[in-house]
Design a protein. Sequence first.
Length: 85
Amino acid sequence: MEQIKELSEYQVFKTVLKHSLLIIIMPILSFFCSKTFLLDGLFGMSPTSSNVYAAVIAIIVLHAALGAFIYKAYFTGKKVPAKKD
């Protein structure tokens, strides 16, 4: 029983760590990659415009990552049986 509880805690820790890294790293990467390669490189935008659009892309990515975390936390929780009197 103790081993099952430890395994469950480890799985929860892995899930939270994975989503935390996703929430931190993906918006930063999306900002710099979209600014450098897409907006400055491909479209040739001015620095101010490319910063604004890259920030909007990073915000969209952040909200998608947060939504994925909330969805996972809400829909994959264990069902607790109702207490019968």
